[in-house]
Each structure stands twice: as structure tokens, then as C-alpha cells.
Design a protein around this ligand. Structure first.
Ligand code: PMP
Length: 434
């Protein structure tokens, strides 16, 4: 048997930082990353044979719990029929229809056509190209602290790993490309109006996380998404709603279905849950826009593995099992864990706020609820690493950054929740002593 440390040392000789995605290196929490060998339901097991209650959930896809039998069987069956054909399969149409049917509210159907891709990064990249192709404009407005994947134009003041590493953006992005993205503060309609007043006729789209979860959770102000849609539309620009993280998680129709003020996005991007743990993401929108994509239209987009049959099978099985009972379990477990975390921190005298958007939540070490990236960054982030390390030592695997949501699954049953709850008081004391 090897240790996590031995695995990490070896990995660093083979891969930059020992990882294939930066946050996995655990740098911001100053702990040896765990190397996992298996997972089941709410639990993951590392190379040392230690089991943890998992609150990372593969960063969202494991919404039914790890290795859900129906999902595993669907993938095994699909694999037996062939790993991929580079040609169309009936399952892709079925998944596209399932996505379109689910994303509805008050009789509206914003998704008439779907294109399947392999990652959330591709989904937002394609949505932006489509918006540019449709409008004949170049500029994109994004919000500081929002993460839409790692394409060139979207890394400026991005959340998630870019926030964790405190990077303003990325080297290697040409200035000419960065200049096509206008970054403004979140939850600030004044800033939105200002940017549109100044450059409205050059703006192709505004892209927004439906409910931001990559700078921790920062809920949209009441009516923010609706006002954003109105302002964009008044200037002939599109609203790209990024539901890669929230889609099919906060409810069957994603954040679109539960925002307190209904609104009309033009393009919606999906990922994570929709692929059931395999690489799959999607862009959806009205036929008139989506059919600007090749082969029907002039906007090119393609993928060798797009609509891969194993990923499609995992996505379909996952959506099939995300019924109202599954959401009820997920919501209940989320509430129990969130409230226990907040009360443990209160008991230890740690200044914090519990930030929630539907069943998504995170803890921020601030006296008042952060509303944008600046207020998020001003929190006492130094309290998170000792909190995280204490939870890990007690067998709970949290996201290794204060800038991430805690991912609960429908498989977090009473036993899993009580293991988390039992670990919280000591972790809260560790945060207090930081
Ligand atoms: N958009 C959002 C809102 C995300 O949370 C993420 C990933 N965390 C992405 C896009 C990028 O997805 P991927 O990592 O699959 O490229």
C-alpha cells in the first residue's frame, strides 16, 4: 500500500503540480491531497484505505451519490455496445429531448435545440461564439468572481481555481482577446447599465452564472437575472445563462426554474450533473439561434467525442433518477449540513455567514453576506484551511478552497450527515483559533 504523500510525490514528477486540475493540489489548504481509489454513495476511499464522507461530489456530477447502481449499469451496458462511433446515436436525441423537456417554467421552453459537448468550458465557449455569430458583435460582459471554464476570453477575474490561486487572470491570453471581455462587479445593475450605455452596440452577450457558486455561494439579488436580461435585450445583446453548476442540481429546471423572478435567457449552458460523472456538457436555446451552428449555419463547432455514448448513458440515467424524491433528499441533507455547520461556527464564536442559493450553500468568514467578488475576497479566508484540515482528519472531505460550494448528494443519508455533524465542532474550534 502507498501513502497519499508517496502518490503525490510521484505525481509531481509526472504532471505539473501532480494534478490535472489546479485546485486538486490542495495548495490553499496546505494539506497533502488525497488520492482516491474508489467511491460509493456519499463516501470516497483513499489509497491508504481511509474512508471520507464526500462533500466534493466530483465537483457536482455525483448528485445521486458515487457509483449509483443504475448509472453504472447504464454505462456498462453502453460500453458493451461500443465506446463511440463518431456518428450519431439514438441516445443523444433522447438526452437532448430530456434536457429540453426539463428546462421549462410556466409553459415556457427556452431550450428547443441542444448541442452536446464534452466540458463546461466548451459549452460556454460555444455559446459565446454563437452569440457573436448571431449579433455580429465582439464584446462579452462577464462578472468578477464568476467562473465559466478556462477558455481565453473568460479567465479575467474568474472564480474557482483562479480565485483560489489569487490570480487576476492567466498568462498566455493575448491582450487582444482579453480586451474583448468587459469585467464588471456582480449584483450591481448600475455597472451593467453603465457598460451597456458606453458600449451597448458592440456587446454580443452578457454571460452570468445563474446563481454564482465559484466564489463560494453569492446569491443573485432579487430580480437581478431578470433585469440583466432586460438590459441586454434592450441593447440587442444576448443573455447567456451559465447553469453548468446549478443545472439539474438546484431543481429539475435548474436556477431558471426557481429564480424568484422569472426571466428569459437566450442561451443556457449545462454540464456536471447532465453528464452523470462522465465528460458531457451542453448548450441549449431556441431553434432560430441554435441552428446558426454548423452544419445548418455559419458558426462552427465540433467534437470527436461529443455525445459520446457512455457519457450520454450516464447523463440519461442520472436525469431519470433525479425525481422529486431525490431532490427532497438532497434538499433535506443540504439544509441539515448547512445549519449544523453554521451553528458549530456560532458556538465556537467564529464570525461567518451561511450563503445559500436553493440547495447550494457555502460558509464565508465574514460578518455580512458578501454580494460580489470584492466582498468575498475581504472575508477572513485564513480560517478555512484549519477548518478544512480538521474535517479531513475526522473523515470528511470538503472542497479544498473557501471559494467553492459544498456539494451534497441525494445519497447523503442520516449516517453520512451525522458523521459530518459530529466533526463540525472541533473544526469550528480550529477555525476560531486561526
Ligand atoms: N461554468 C461553471 C458555472 C462552472 O462551475 C464550471 C466548472 N466548475 C464551468 C463552467 C467549466 O466546466 P468544466 O470544468 O467542465 O470545463
Amino acid at each position: 500500500m502507498t501513502t497519499n504523500q508517496q502518490e503525490f510525490d510521484r505525481a509531481r514528477g509526472a504532471m505539473p503540480g501532480g494534478v490535472n486540475s489546479p485546485v486538486r493540489a490542495f495548495g490553499s489548504v496546505a494539506e497533502t491531497p488525497r488520492f482516491f481509489v474508489s467511491a460509493s454513495g456519499p463516501y470516497v476511499t483513499d489509497v491508504e484505505g481511509r474512508e471520507y464522507v464526500d462533500l466534493v461530489g466530483s465537483w457536482g456530477p455525483a448528485i445521486l451519490g458515487h457509483a449509483h447502481p443504475a448509472v453504472v449499469k447504464a454505462v456498462q451496458d453502453a460500453a458493451g455496445r461500443g465506446l463511440g462511433f463518431g456518428a450519431s446515436t439514438p441516445g443523444e436525441t433522447e438526452l437532448a429531448e430530456l434536457i429540453a423537456a426539463r428546462v421549462t417554467r410556466d409553459g415556457s421552453h427556452p431550450v428547443e435545440r441542444v448541442r452536446l459537448v464534452s466540458t463546461g468550458t466548451e459549452a460556454t465557449m460555444t455559446a459565446i461564439r454563437l452569440a457573436r455569430g448571431a449579433t455580429g458583435r465582439d464584446l462579452v460582459v462577464k462578472f468578477a468572481g464568476h467562473y465559466h471554464g478556462h477558455s481565453d476570453g473568460l479567465l479575467a477575474e474568474a472564480g474557482s481555481g483562479v480565485a483560489t490561486l489569487a490570480m487576476p487572470g492567466s498568462a498566455g491570453v493575448p491582450a487582444a482577446i482579453a480586451a474583448q471581455t468587459l469585467v464588471i462587479p456582480y449584483n450591481d445593475l448600475g455597472a451593467v447599465r453603465e457598460v451597456f450605455a458606453a458600449r451597448g452596440d458592440e456587446i454580443a452577450a452578457v454571460i452570468v452564472e445563474a446563481a454564482p457558486a465559484n466564489m463560494g455561494i453569492v446569491p443573485p439579488a432579487h430580480g437581478f437575472n431578470a433585469a440583466l436580461a432586460d438590459i441586454a435585450h434592450a441593447h440587442g445583446a444576448l443573455l447567456i445563462l451559465d447553469e453548468v453548476l446549478t443545472g439539474f442540481r438546484v431543481g429539475p429546471a435548474g436556477w431558471y426554474g426557481i429564480d424568484p423572478v422569472p426571466f428569459a435567457p437566450d442561451l443556457i449552458t449545462f454540464g456536471k450533473v447532465v453528464g452523470g460523472g462522465l465528460p458531457l456538457a451542453a448548450i441549449g436555446g431556441p431553434a432560430a439561434l441554435m441552428e446558426l451552428l454548423a452544419p445548418l449555419g455559419p458558426v462552427y463547432q465540433a467534437g470527436t467525442l461529443s455525445g459520446n455514448p457512455l457519457a450520454v448513458a450516464a447523463g440519461r440515467a442520472t436525469l431519470d433518477h433525479l425525481d422529486s424524491a431525490a431532490y427532497a433528499r438532497l434538499d433535506a441533507a443540504s439544509t441539515a449540513i448547512a445549519e449544523a455547520a453554521a451553528s458549530a461556527l456560532s458556538a465556537a464564536g467564529v464570525t461567518h455567514v451561511l450563503q445559500r442559493s436553493g440547495n447550494l450553500f457555502s460558509i464565508q468568514f465574514a460578518a455580512e453576506a458578501p454580494t460580489d467578488y470584492d466582498t468575498v475576497k475581504a472575508q477572513q479566508a485564513f480560517r478555512y484551511p484549519p477548518f478544512f484540515r480538521s474535517m479531513l482528519a475526522q473523515g470528511v472531505s470538503l472542497p479544498p478552497s473557501v471559494f467553492e460550494a459544498w456539494f451534497v448528494s441525494a445519497s447523503h443519508d442520516d449516517e453520512a450527515v451525522s458523521r459530518i455533524v459530529a466533526a463540525l465542532p472541533a473544526a469550528a474550534r480550529a477555525a476560531a483559533e486561526a
